[in-house]
Design a protein around this ligand. Structure first.
Ligand SMILES: Cc1ncc(COP(=O)(O)O)c(C=O)c1O
Length: 429
């Protein structure tokens, strides 16, 4: 476009850049590319036949209403059934606390519009969900990043940082957390840290935005109650979605919040998109009331837990010992830490030549100088065979990097090679 036209762009678009993940998603179309890059559910899990029959039923019984504009709050029976499911998870929710949104991504946008003035601070983990960073960057938010470990956000560092931040004239308004199988790192926040977070919210007067798209997808261990379940003061906004347990194309998600907060979100949503996809809401509602949702979640868990195991054993088989990776208890992602000197952007270029893709770690940091030697791998979208083949390719690219750095294979590669030879001699696969 002519320069003279781009100069009319609003100031706030200055820091906007195309999402690295979205750009990479385009590569999914490239033949023979094995992509660990996207955050896509596996289409094998989409109940297309069931949705077809639900759509026919809904249109036959109530075609007029299901194709009409809906109220902004959402389809009342769906709000009720979501509230009921949330109560089973320990959240004290009534229909009046539920807002149906156009995918839970919309809650990022709405909370930004409702709470964030330019330069207001949002505390995020480092790394965190990429599209939250991009969504709030448009609002000109300032980010404070707290490192993670295997227990998700480091609560000791968080508390120390909060003590300092609350002394500033403009203390943090929102703390954004993804307690279950965090995107991108796959790590989970233990119960005691969740309780602690709620206590600190009260002590330091901030709002928690709890993003939980993967909570239903636990493959190992026991469920932990949401942060919102310990919220006595209405400080926690909880968000989740049908995208990972039904189909993302429906664009139906929900927020649970105190009625005062919900009211502002509703007014804001009115001018954003009027209402969420009405037919999609009807489908989601029928899917729940006809009793399909729990068996479907079990089916998805069976498929994804198998894929995660294939991923983890492929990592052990093909990656040198110089790498570390998380062992998620659920969700869709694995976070891989490379040797510090290894640049994942350079690695990606080489990986693409071998027709395998991932997302570079720095995409998930508010400070793009961080995360260079890390990558996110998705294990839900590729087929079982492609996971193994993709890791074989990626492993060879990483090993090649080590070889060229040290001019010889690192000891761990040598050992693996010896093991592989021994293995094949004794007939180990
Ligand atoms: C952490 C996180 N939050 C929110 C979303 C948005 O999901 P949707 O808008 O499809 O509900 C995603 C999607 O991948 C996600 O990973």
């Amino acid at each position: 476009m002519a320069n003279s036209l781009t100069r009319h762009f609003a100031q706030r678009t200055k820091d906007m850049k195309a999402s690295e993940v979205r750009e990479l998603l385009k590569l999914l179309q490239v033949p023979e590319l094995i992509s660990f890059a996207g955050g896509f559910p596996n289409p094998e899990t989409f109940p297309a036949e069931l949705i077809k029959s639900i759509v026919c039923d809904v249109l036959e019984k109530d075609g007029a209403q299901s194709l009409q504009y809906g109220i902004t709050e959402g389809y009342a029976p769906l709000r009720e059934s979501v509230a009921e499911r949330m109560r089973k998870k320990g959240i004290d929710a009534q229909k009046e606390n539920v807002l149906i949104v156009s995918g839970s991504q919309q809650v990022i946008d709405l909370t930004g519009k409702v709470f964030i003035d330019p330069k207001d601070t949002i505390v995020v983990s480092a790394p965190t969900y990429l599209a939250a960073l991009t969504g709030w960057t448009v609002m000109q938010a300032n980010f404070e990043s707290i490192p993670i470990d295997d227990n998700n956000m480091r609560m000791d560092i968080f508390e120390e940082r909060m003590k300092k931040l609350v002394r500033r004239p403009n203390p943090p308004k929102i703390v954004y957390v993804l307690p279950n199988f965090q995107n991108p790192a796959g790590v989970t926040m233990p119960e005691k840290n969740r309780r602690k977070l709620v206590d600190l919210a009260s002590d330091y007067d901030f709002i928690i935005l709890e993003d939980d798209p993967y909570g239903e997808l636990r493959y190992v261990g026991k469920d932990i109650k949401p942060v919102k379940s310990w919220d006595d003061e209405g400080r926690v906004i909880y968000m989740s979605t049908f995208s990972k347990i039904l189909a993302p194309g429906l664009r139906v998600g929900w927020a649970i919040a105190h009625p005062d907060i919900l009211q502002k979100l509703i007014i804001t949503k009115q001018s954003t998109d009027v209402c969420a996809n009405v037919l999609g809401q009807r489908i989601a509602h029928e899917y729940i009331v006809q009793g399909h949702i729990d068996p479907q979640i079990e089916r998805i868990k069976e498929i994804y837990s198998r894929k995660m195991e294939i991923m983890l054993s492929g990592m052990s088989e093909f990656m040198p010992d110089d790498l570390r990776w998380t062992r998620p208890e659920g969700g869709m992602f694995l976070w891989v830490t490379l040797p510090e000197w290894m640049d994942s952007a350079e690695l990606l270029k080489k990986a693409l030549k071998k027709r395998v893709a991932f997302v570079t770690g720095s995409a998930f940091f508010a400070n793009p100088k961080e995360g260079n030697s890390a990558m996110r791998l998705n294990f839900t979208h590729p087929s079982d065979e492609m996971i193994t083949e993709g890791l074989r390719r990626l492993g060879s690219v990483v090993n090649q990097e080590l070889v060229s750095k040290w001019d010889r294979p690192s000891e761990s590669i040598e050992r693996k090679m010896e093991d592989a030879v021994k293995g094949s001699l004794i007939g180990k696969s």
